[in-house]
Design a protein around this ligand. Sequence first.
Ligand SMILES: Nc1ncnc2c1ncn2[C@@H]1O[C@H](COP(=O)(O)OP(=O)(O)OP(=O)(O)O)[C@@H](O)[C@H]1O
Length: 211
Amino acid sequence: MLQFVNYKKTYGDYPALQIPDLELEAGIYWIKGVNGSGKSTLLKSIAGILAFNGDIVLDGNVSIKKQPVGFRKLVNFAEAEPLFPEFLTGAEMISLFADAKDAPKGQEKQYIESMGIQTYMERPIGTYSSGMLKKLSLVLAFLGNPKLILLDEPLITIDTAALKILYSWISEQSTQHGVSFMLSSHQPLDADELPRAGELLVANQTLTING
Ligand SMILES: Nc1ncnc2c1ncn2[C@@H]1O[C@H](COP(=O)(O)OP(=O)(O)OP(=O)(O)O)[C@@H](O)[C@H]1O
C-alpha cells in the first residue's frame, strides 16, 4: 500500500527520521513512539505538507514527488491540534475540503449527523471548543475517496461517544472500501474495536514494523 524509498527528513542539521526502503501492506496501523520520536514528522511527510528527501509511493504507482496532486487526493490527514481560519464556519470549511477532494455530492451529511456536529455547522470556527474542532477535523479527514487516512492523535480531546463513532467509521472504511489508516497515539487503540490493527514503532530516528 505505501512504499518508502530512501526517505530522510532533517530539520536543519538534525536528522529527525530516516526510513530505508520499507513497504507497508494495506491495513490499520497504530504508530507508537515517545514524545519527539518523529510520529508527527512521519504523518506530515506522508500528507505532503513537509519537504523530505527520497520518495513515498502509494499503491505502487502514485509518487508523492512525481504526482503530488494525485497523491494528495488519495491521502487525507487530520492534525493533532487542527488550526483552521477562525472566520469560516464549519460548513464552509467542509465545502472547501469536499471540493478539493472531489467528494461525492452530499457525502459529508452522514458524517456530520453521525458525529452530531450539525448544531454548530453555521457558527464561525473561532467559537469552537477543542473537542468541536477535533470532531470537525475528523469529518474532513473522511471526505472524498481516500486510499489512506492519517490521523495524528485522534483519541485526544473527543468524548467517549465520539470515540466510538470514530472507531466505527474506521472499521467501515477499512472493511468495506479497503481504506488504510495510520493513527498516532500515546494510548493503545481499542483492540475490541480495531482487532486487526498492526503496530509501527518510531524510535532511534527510524520506523519499524513492530512484531
Ligand atoms: N519545525 C521543526 N524544527 C526543528 N525541529 C523539529 C521541528 N518539528 C519537529 N522537530 C524535531 O523533530 C523531532 C520529532 O518531532 P515530532 O513532532 O515528529 O515528534 P512526535 O513523535 O510527533 O512527538 P509528540 O509525541 O511529542 O507529539 C523532535 O526532536 C522535534 O524537536
